[in-house]
Design a protein around this ligand. Structure first.
Ligand code: GRG
Length: 294
């Protein structure tokens, strides 16, 4: 296993340990806890957590705080995947090599468990475990709510679904993917500037790095869908073409999209290197995106 993969696994484990603690304190009589745990604890790379942790390293933020913020981000991410797999959206039966939530349980459970993970994110950020001033918590929550809703994840998903089987320009595809996938990564980096009370300029630079990381992640996801191995990816591949998804791969072809991704990565490298040696792990995270197989 590569050095980065083992570091990623440690971050994933630490995020899961914290999430298990959060679940152990929830109302045990709730029938939604089991599906919620299935949605967030049964696999997944926890790559967004790695972006929080590795951006936090640049600013020497306490690890425990980073894991709590990561846990909140992973709740939003898992909710989005659960809803994305529903028949009304992408209608996928497999996720992370296992039955997707509505196949394992049923549709209403998938909707409710997804909703509950969404709200759990804000419970985590507003709770007493996160030891930062109240005004910074409020800013974290305000930013994450904004990026999760109509101008972020949900808005991007709206475009993703309405763009199916239409000829969509490269600019509009990039805008859709920046919202759908980029905004949550934007938060991963920007959250560090928020808790460090950085200037607006520094905050925007970090947000921009996150948005680019998210866009790169999504383009590579589309490349994997085109070329990937079903057994490694953990879900059927070549689905985007069948569904008529608006992706760069479907618009420009594999080679040109790979070139685009490589150029985006080079831009990111230059931006991240400005933070010096403490940015080593964030640079490695970006390297991982382009080399990943799942
Ligand atoms: C807002 C109702 C509502 C739904 C949200 C935004 C959204 C719908 C769904 C996004 C789902 C999706 C396919 C996003 C693309 C991002 C992406 C590449 C997801 C896969 O992320 P990984 O590879 O997943 O990090 P793991 O399994 O490792 O957690």
């Amino acid at each position: 296993m590569s050095n980065f993969s083992s570091k990623l696994n440690i971050i994933a484990k630490n995020t899961d340990v914290y999430l298990k603690r959060v679940f152990s304190r929830q109302n045990n009589y709730s029938n939604l806890i089991t599906p919620m745990k299935y949605g967030i604890l049964s696999g997944g790379k926890k790559f967004r957590s790695a972006i929080v942790v590795n951006t936090g390293k640049i600013f020497e933020i306490d690890y425990k705080k980073l894991i709590i913020i990561s846990a909140a981000v992973e709740c939003i991410h898992s909710y989005s995947l659960i809803h994305d797999d529903l028949p009304a959206m992408d209608d996928d039966d497999l996720r992370r090599g296992k039955p997707s939530m509505h196949k394992k349980f049923n549709e209403f459970i998938a909707i409710l468990a997804g909703n509950s993970l969404l709200t759990l994110a804000f419970e985590i950020l507003s709770g007493n475990d996160l030891k930062i001033p109240q005004k910074l918590k409020t800013e974290l929550i305000r930013t994450l709510s904004n990026y999760s809703g109509h101008s972020g994840l949900a808005g991007g998903q709206y475009f993703d679904l309405t763009f199916e089987n239409k000829k969509i320009s490269r600019k509009n595809i990039i805008n859709m993917q920046t919202k759908k996938t980029g905004k949550l990564f934007g938060f991963c980096c920007e959250s560090i500037a928020i808790i460090k009370e950085e200037s607006m300029n520094s905050r925007n630079l970090l947000k921009d790095i996150g948005l680019k990381i998210g866009l790169l992640f999504q383009i590579v996801d589309d490349l994997i869908d085109f070329r990937g191995d079903r057994a490694i990816v953990g879900k059927p591949t070549k689905r985007d073409q069948k569904k008529g998804k608006a992706t760069l791969v479907n618009l420009l072809g594999y080679r040109q999209s790979l070139n685009f991704a490589q150029k985006l990565k080079n831009k990111l490298d230059r931006q991240i290197k400005k933070y010096g040696t403490k940015a080593h792990d964030l640079l490695e995270s970006v390297e991982f995106i382009l080399n990943r197989e799942f």
